[in-house]
Design a protein around this ligand. Sequence first.
Ligand code: CAA
Length: 256
Amino acid sequence: MTHPHLLVETHGPVRTITLNNPDRRNAQTPSLWAALADEARAVGDDIRVVVLRGAGVSFSAGIDTAMFSPEGVPGEERMDQIAASGVDAAERAIATYQEGFTAWAQCPAVVIAQVHGHAIGAGFQLALAADLRVAALDAWFAMRETSLGLVPDLGGTGPLVHLVGYARALEMCATGRPVTAPEAHSIGLVNSIVPAANLAEATQSLVDGILFTSRDAVRALKPLLRAAIDNDAAEQAGAERSAQVPLLMGRTASPA
Ligand code: CAA
């Protein structure tokens, strides 16, 4: 076990990582983010799909709000300590936290967030860190940071704007309002929505679809499509060629 609130199970090429602190709605802490970054970096070529999910009634209700209290969370930095550490140290601390989210983009497997119940603040941002999102109809998303006088800073702003556009992202983050699963689906925030009772089955069906295709092609596809977000047309055409040639050569080398 890498962290007391993280459950990691591997079945063949599929790894399921469960946030496992249901009594606190899978509230997140810096040590959890460090463990998530370690998990993302530990995904090797044998794993083709990673599923991120939450135990209990929530995907995750975000940062453990006790980190803002004078008592804090035992064993974790308090937010007032981070704020008092100075600009450079505070930015370094946040950069470390962000790795628990941004590291999933670099991981070779396709990462699916299986979201039910609440995905608030850091929980919403963890869902955004995945490549794909499958949501239960009972799920709702809320970027609550502005209610705490803060901005989303765990890698979520880029994917959010990319998925739903600047104006929708601004409205969601500026108000902190809940976004229901049907709305999230209609604006492209989640790939699919299903009744809560069918959520695991829907995730499995997506996993099966990914496992059905070529491992090497999907491994090349993820960085190729991610690069398309920032590349201009010529750069992306070059990236397509670079991804394709080794695959073509591999096909030619294999017996029919
Ligand atoms: N941190 C710590 N504990 C939390 C928590 C959180 N984020 N969310 C819920 N809990 C705890 C509650 O304190 C409660 O504990 P007790 O049983 O000991 O009282 C337990 O989980 C159950 O919570 P509720 O009774 O409130 O459960 P609910 O189902 O009625 O409501 C909820 C669930 C809507 C998620 C509500 O708990 C809630 O609004 N939580 C706070 C959400 C929040 O504001 N998160 C921070 C967002 S900002 C962020 O994440 C990013 C950042 O960097 C600032």
